[in-house]
Ligand binder design. Sequence first.
Ligand code: MG
Length: 158
Amino acid sequence: MRAGIGYDAHRLVEGRPLILGGVRVPFHKGLLGHSDGDALVHAIIDALLGAAHMGDMGSHFPSSNPSYKDADSGVLLERVAELLRGGGWMVVNVDATMVAERPVLAPYIDAMRQELARRLGVDRDLITIKAKTNDGLGFLGAGEGMAAWAVALLQEPA
Ligand code: MG
């Protein structure tokens, strides 16, 4: 077994849809990024790549590449899943924590798990997500951005 950790944070701005875990969450702001800004998916991608010692998200999908402008991060997660399968890696589980002061994310967690599992090609029971606020502290607490942490456990190729 090999474990990997991932982290990501993005700035919240007006005029962008809020996409988290591949799910459109109704809110008056969205995450700014070269791609769709889906910090949850980005943290999970880095956790998976780290566990498989396959580099990081930036090395596979550089923001200098214009083809990733406004990219659907779910599609990038699918590509990572293909890389893992190609290397014989099996996903044991993925656990993630989202930090967002607002909106309340709990009603969307199940849809995110479903979407992430679909993109990864695994059972949704292997994906767990928690959502927390930052108790008003710092840039997260001020609602200036959102952050995500993820841990992935992979089974090594036989
Ligand atoms: Mg990112």
